[in-house]
Ligand binder design. Structure first.
Ligand code: BGC
Length: 757
């Protein structure tokens, strides 16, 4: 068993809150106070005095300072490092199934902090929870209100389990590396869309009095060699891409924790990178919460503390000696006070003192319904030749093929893995790599849901392991629906963007399967369950393609609703689907020479991430960012540009347009506004600066105004000027475009405006 595998398997328990089971080897390394707190007792075993009540009035900062003023040095040190000493075997598991834990301080009424993952639902170790569709599916909905609900589900269920810190907000801009095994956890490739969706998730979590977290700060854009990858990128490139997504997330949501990532940037580990942590995040963006390390991502005591790391996780390997280095004058006392202030401030800000949690059952039925809505809003219809979809309920025979669609839908692996309500549908498999991460099939049957939509039809299933048998079933059916899936996980990157079966003992060549079925039946529909982009060598052979992402707890019914038109697809790609890996900035993923030596990952493309890269290179992808079909048609008429940039209080531009549903069924369209900056800025031809999703009944229309506000956290009209170190409005002519995807062909020019003389 590898160390990391042990860490994940939780084979050693500090204490299980319900049964008070304690591992002797771990306990030997714990201070007594920590043992008692781990086991649900008090962290002050000999306490005789009445606990001091926390201040009830004042700002979060004032209340934090009032508590800080009463703390001993030992109590302060307890707050800034995980609740166990460093374990050479790296086996960490904490009460309440948490992945991290800081014991409470009873005499000051400071509650314990329980940290748990949750990018797509509550972390596996905590308990059964609603498996939401992938985060990227939420981004594909292009709907920030719905994204708040997504975060609300995570926050509510964590709170119901007694977890008060969520390690969920993965906002890495994996458009740089679409083979990244954590793509499903992210919000796509565009910094503004990703930042806004992330902010909505974080807001939803924090509204439930659970501290939310943005991660992995920053440039953790590939899993290959993630602990030693050294991101090389120029400041402007970073500010306008990965850092911009974080900036929006931090500013818009008031998130109270940020996790620094394993990798290095410009030769310095991110958890001791004072430029990233202090200059940019804290001083530049005014981040008021605390920075925690990713798990075991701390590399030093003095450098990390002075650079701006506020809390080591999950143990005390380095910050266990913080007291000593402070005594030695290597880290100022004021830094420790500031770390603790930030942590307490976060706790007051989010309501941990004011709203004690009640451990209770999760609202599973209500949350499953939300999961289904997320999927129905985020699935993307990529192809629909000859109106193949929606299917008619009167269809007489349907072949359902592949991907265990008889019983389940796929989910993504790693720390974001959810233990679905009802339990996994199939026994665990641990593919290597990454070994420590299990494949979980969520218990939702597309087959049953399809049968329910077409009760009169003969619906039969072939598992796809025998392409000839699958093709023959398809040949004897009116319609064939092939489910293909691509499992991905933290700790690995995909070997390619071709479908690779990592979940079956005898891997199925799914590309060949689709081709065989399509050759047998001209009405072949492909449903893709993936964390991100895939290439489709069979695209020309099939009549319809639905990208369902990892569809979550109610994936089966959601997919059936979409296939039969009970729900009309309205998702738009938040990530470009390349025609081949040869189109990527790095056709081969940079690999480390060994497990310890930092190696360069050169992000020479700078801010040209995702569609901006394809546009800058004149490449035509398979499907562009922003693309997605519907069962109805829309018109965008009379677009006009309003220029309010002369306003000193609220400089903005506005695009007004009438969106009409010109088809026969209700549906939603996403009107997308892109901006071309003056040529002198060397920006890509157009960048997304605003959008609005509009739901319309057939024949209905709505006049909308999309405002692009220069004072917004997204700096939509500006570029990062390296000389002044500031966002700057360049003089020259700007062009405003409107369309339904990022592809130049789908954009119309709304107007131009000029800045300066
Ligand atoms: C992951 C984080 C996660 C942490 C705790 C790390 O390996 O990179 O995303 O929050 O573990 O589980």
């Amino acid at each position: 068993m590898s160390l990391r595998q042990g860490l994940r398997s939780g084979s050693v328990q500090v204490c299980q809150s319900s049964v008070k089971k304690v591992s002797a080897s771990i306990l030997l390394s714990l201070p007594l106070a920590a043992i008692l707190a781990a086991c649900g007792g008090s962290s002050t075993p000999t306490q005789t005095t009445t606990p001091v009540s926390p201040p009830t009035s004042g700002t979060a900062d004032e209340r934090a300072d009032a508590v800080l003023a009463q703390m001993t040095q030992a109590q302060k040190l307890q707050m800034v490092a995980g609740g166990v000493a460093s374990d050479p075997n790296l086996n960490y598991a904490f009460p309440r199934g948490a992945g991290g834990w800081i014991p409470g301080i009873a005499q000051l009424s400071i509650p314990a902090l329980y940290f748990a993952d949750g990018s797509v639902g509550v972390a596996y170790s905590v308990g059964p929870a609603t498996a939401l569709p992938s985060s990227i599916a939420s981004a594909a909905g292009w709907d920030t209100n719905a994204a708040v609900q997504y975060g609300t589900v995570i926050g509510t269920e964590l709170s119901d389990y007694g977890i008060n810190v969520n390690l969920g907000g993965n906002t890495n801009l994996i458009g740089r590396e679409p083979r990244d095994g954590r793509t499903f956890e992210t919000k796509g490739e565009d910094p503004i869309l990703a930042g806004k969706i992330a902010a909505a998730h974080l807001e939803g979590v924090q509204a439930q009095h659970v501290i939310a977290d943005m991660k992995h700060y920053a440039y953790n854009d590939q899993e290959t060699g993630r602990t030693t990858a050294n991101a090389i990128i120029d400041e402007r490139g970073g500010r306008e891409s990965d850092l911009l997504a974080f900036e929006i997330g931090v500013k818009d949501s008031n998130v109270q924790s940020v996790m620094c990532s394993y990798n290095l940037t410009g030769g310095t580990y991110n958890c001791e990178n004072s430029h990233l942590l202090t200059d940019v995040l804290k001083n530049g963006w005014g981040f008021s919460g605390f920075v925690m390390s990713d798990w075991l991502a701390t590399h030093s005591t003095v450098n990390a503390a002075n650079a701006g790391l506020d809390q080591e996780q999950p143990d005390q390997e380095y910050f266990g000696s913080l007291g000593t280095v402070i005594q030695d004058g290597l880290v100022p006392q004021s830094r420790l006070d500031n770390m603790v202030h930030r942590i307490l401030r976060a706790m007051f800000q989010v309501g941990l003192f004011d709203y004690p949690q009640t451990i209770q059952p999760i609202p599973a039925a209500a949350d499953a319904a939300i999961a289904q809505q997320v999927e129905e809003n985020g699935a993307v219809l990529l192809k629909n030749a000859n109106g193949q979809l929606p299917l008619n309920a009167g269809v007489q025979s349907i072949a359902v093929i592949g991907s265990h669609a008889d019983v389940a839908v796929l989910s993504g692996g790693g720390s974001a893995q959810v233990q679905p309500v009802g339990g996994p549908a199939l026994p665990s498999v641990y593919p290597c790599p990454p070994c420590w991460s299990q494949v979980v099939w969520d218990p939702s049957s597309p087959l049953k849901a399809i049968q329910a939509m077409a009760p009169g039809a003969n619906v039969q299933f072939a598992d796809g392991s025998n392409p000839t048998a699958a093709a023959s079933l398809a040949a004897s059916s009116q319609v064939a629906i092939v489910f293909v899936s691509q499992w991905e996980s933290e700790g690995m990157d995909l070997p390619s963007l071709n479908l690779t079966d990592l979940t079956d003992a005898t891997p199925i060549d799914q590309d060949a399967l689709v081709s065989a079925v399509a050759a047998a039946n001209p009405h072949t529909i492909v449903v893709i369950e993936s964390g991100g982009a895939v290439v489709m060598p069979w695209l020309g052979q099939v009549s319809a393609v639905l990208e369902a992402w990892y569809p979550g707890q109610n994936g089966g019914p959601a997919i059936a609703d979409l296939l039969f038109g009970k729900a009309n697809p309205s998702g738009k790609l938040p990530i470009t689907f390349p025609a081949s890996v040869a189109q990527l900035p790095r056709p081969t993923i940079p690999t480390p020479p060994d497990s310890t030596t930092p190696f360069a990952v050169n992000y020479f493309e700078g801010f040209n991430v995702g569609y901006k890269w394809y546009d800058s290179q004149g490449l035509t992808p398979l499907f562009p960012f922003g693309f997605g079909l519907s069962y109805t048609t829309f018109s965008l008429t009379n677009p006009a540009l309003v220029n309010n940039l002369s306003s000193t209080s609220d400089p903005n531009i506005q695009v007004t347009v009438t969106v009409a549903n010109t088809g026969a069924v209700a549906g939603a369209e996403v009107a997308q506004v892109y901006l071309g900056l003056p040529a002198s800025t060397d920006e890509p031809p157009h960048r997304l600066v605003g959008w609005q999703k509009v739901m319309l009944q057939p024949g209905a229309s709505q006049a909308i105004t999309i405002e692009v506000d220069e004072n917004d956290s997204s700096h939509p009209l500006s570029y990062w000027d390296e000389t002044s170190g500031a966002w700057t409005l360049a003089p020259g002519q700007y062009t405003v475009y409107l369309g339904d995807s990022s592809s130049a062909a789908s954009l119309t020019t709304v107007g131009t405006f000029t800045v300066g003389s």
